[in-house]
Design a protein around this ligand. Structure first.
Ligand code: AMP
Length: 612
């Protein structure tokens, strides 16, 4: 997950004080010359290094519990960029205002710090071990859930570290440290009986030293007078690098005999909802796992649901995978989930070898003519070739009382309806998260050379408040291996307001025209389900676009998001970004706000909306 400052040209990442001074010297030592670097002591914090009167000044910037950033005694700002902008206008206690950024040489990326690398590996291992994912499913889970998983890891990871001995006494800690070899730096961390604080026990010169770990009001951990950390594992990792007040730095872990050994990666804690998920999985197969009991705050991640991986990812189930399903394995409920021209969508249950899954069944009206039947079969054939966590999967088709298309269930319904009914409860960051998932799904389609041709908020279905899937492949086409677009012979009943100019003018459809539709879908989502180009009729929209006009930014929409919409609405398809770029852009914005949003911040914590 990139740093919240990684896009700033004057951010050097994890460099030392003396390296910062070297860069400033090379850049001329002018008054107000400055750069930003990562702070090793306070995680998520920075240091502003600057020059005045040929002298260096280094100001630590703390990330505070509410997610804001401040120099000690100074005003709070919502991000490092905003903070630098403020000090470029007002010195407010600094040696002078920030006048000239000292920028990284071209082609040089910010230096990644030990914690960045460690964090990335931990996220990967956590996801791999907790959800038993590999390959694409693992990669997609990392991309879409890194911010959430990071928060989970940060608060609980120490519990499964080999050096963590839970609540043993001081005497027992000594017994464990004195047994076997006693190299300098051998250590363990334990929970103290008294008011559940922690202690660090460390060997030096064949003697065990004990250090109390304090926790301040904001929850940060430190050894007395030492650097403060958000989590215990960060404190341990830091003390491995630097003694920071200890008699010696931490070196060799004294492993807890009850922590399983043999795993290469750190053994990570089980995700709090996992046991609950297992408990409910046979009862509740609709892809929505109930909020974990007792944990309150933790949220259900896409990987916790039964629709993250294909039901056929189990090799036993794969043996039965066929396009046509047996009617007697299908139970159809009378409950209607929705309807369209073809007929209606009903709720149902499909019986597989080992499990029963909740499904949505598109039932063709029996009086429909052959052409409609053919269309539905084409949709089925397209969906049959797709397998992605952010796309509604088709389980198969069933020909019985009518032709039926059996799909995974996304019980939250269409995104536009959901957002318009929950306007006051869903924070903007939640919409960014969902639209990022749509971008992941569209990037997959682009890679597989499929064009959707009907991407719109009504065709993004929700599994739950934090999990979206692209649906409705009724207009979709598979492109030939050498084709970059599909050319329609005649215009049909088309969703013109979502269509790029080349679709309307030349009937040409490509992933680039899907990008245009993605921009319109973003507009719908960020305006909480409003209709695009409100009063205009479809054909009027075309002349509006040809005049170079575009929809205005939805109210309170972040400028970064509106700028991405505008890029999606680039007139010429050759100049428009593809989904690889779109996904990267929305991802970096999503990660940057996730880095800023902490518990209690109003970006994230509007009252969590109740899900069906
Ligand atoms: P469609 O014609 O595919 O757009 O489907 C019409 C409506 O049926 C949608 O707007 C949804 O409300 C519902 N629906 C379609 N597919 C599903 C699904 N896989 N899970 C839940 N509801 C669905």
């Amino acid at each position: 997950m990139p740093d919240a400052a990684s896009h700033l040209p004057f951010f050097f990442g994890s460099i030392s004080r003396s390296e910062a001074e070297e860069h400033l010297k090379l850049a001329g030592m002018g008054d107000g010359l400055f750069l930003l670097r990562q702070c090793l002591r306070s995680l998520g914090g920075y240091v502003l290094s600057m020059v005045f009167n040929l002298q260096f000044y280094h100001y630590p910037i703390e990330r505070q519990m509410n997610g804001t950033y401040a120099i000690a005694g100074g005003k709070a700002h919502c991000g490092p960029e905003e903070l630098c902008e403020f000090y470029s206008k007002d010195a407010d206690g600094l040696c002078c205002t920030l006048r000239k950024p000292c920028t990284r040489p071209s082609g040089v990326e910010p230096e990644s710090g030990i914690f960045d690398n460690m964090r990335d590996n931990m996220v990967r291992e956590y996801i791999r071990q907790t959800w038993k994912l590999e390959g694409d499913a693992l990669e997609q889970a990392i991309i879409s859930q890194a911010p959430q998983v990071e928060k989970l890891i940060a608060t609980t990871a120490h519990e499964s570290m080999a050096w963590y001995h839970s609540n043993i006494s001081r005497e027992e800690a000594e017994r464990r440290l004195y047994s076997g070899a006693q190299p300098d730096g051998k250590f363990l961390l334990r929970q103290r009986k008294e008011n559940s604080t922690y202690a660090l026990s460390l060997v030096y010169g064949k003697t065990v030293y004990h250090y109390r770990i304090d926790q301040d009001k904001s929850g940060k951990y430190s050894i007395p007078e030492g650097t403060k950390f958000d989590t215990l594992w960060q404190l341990v990792e830091y003390l491995k690098l630097k003694a920071d007040g200890l008699i010696y730095n931490l070196k060799e872990c004294c492993p807890n005999p009850s922590t399983p050994t043999g795993t290469v990666a750190p053994v990570l804690p089980a995700h709090p909802s996992m046991s609950v998920h297992r408990q409910f999985s046979s009862l509740n197969a609709d892809g929505y796992t109930p909020e974990p009991i007792g944990t309150g705050k933790s949220r259900v991640l896409p990987m916790d649901t039964s629709v993250y991986e294909s039901p056929y990812s189990d090799p036993e189930e794969l043996k039965d995978k066929k396009l046509f399903l047996k009617r007697d394995h299908l139970m159809i409920d009378e409950v209607e989930l929705g309807s369209g021209n073809f007929g209606c969508v009903k709720k149902g249950v499909y019986k597989m070898r080992k499990k029963q899954i909740d499904v949505a069944i598109k039932v063709l009206k029996s009086n429909n003519e052959k052409a409609v039947k053919d269309e539905m079969m084409k949709e089925a054939e397209i969906m049959h070739q797709l397998d992605n966590p952010y796309i509604v999967r088709m389980i198969g088709v069933c020909e019985a009382e009518s032709l039926m298309l059996i799909m995974e269930m996304a019980s939250g319904g269409p995104l536009n309806k959901y957002l318009s009914s929950k306007k006051d409860e869903i924070p903007m960051s939640n919409i960014v998260e969902l639209m990022h998932q749509v971008a992941i799904g569209m990037k997959y389609l682009e890679e597989k050379n499929f064009v959707h041709r009907d991407l719109a908020a009504r065709n993004v279905l929700l599994v739950n408040q934090h999990y979206a899937k692209i649906s409705d492949f009724g207009l979709s086409k598979a492109l030939g291996a050498d084709d970059s677009y599909y050319k329609a012979r005649t215009a049909g009943k088309w969703p013109l307001k979502w269509y790029a100019p080349e679709c309307i003018l030349y009937h040409k459809f490509s992933s680039k025209s899907d990008v245009w539709s993605y921009g319109v879908t973003m507009w719908e989502a960020f305006s909480y389900g409003q209709k695009p180009y409100k009063k205009m009729k479809g054909p009027e929209v075309m002349s509006f676009i040809e005049q170079g006009k575009r929809m205005e930014s939805p109210a309170d929409c972040p400028p970064e998001i509106y700028s991405l919409m505008q890029q999606c609405w680039t007139f010429k398809w050759e100049d428009r970004p593809g989904f690889v770029t779109v996904e990267t852009l929305i991802r970096s914005y999503y990660y940057s706000i996730a880095a800023k949003t902490e518990k209690g911040s109003n970006l994230e914590d509007k009252t969590s909306a109740a899900f069906p």
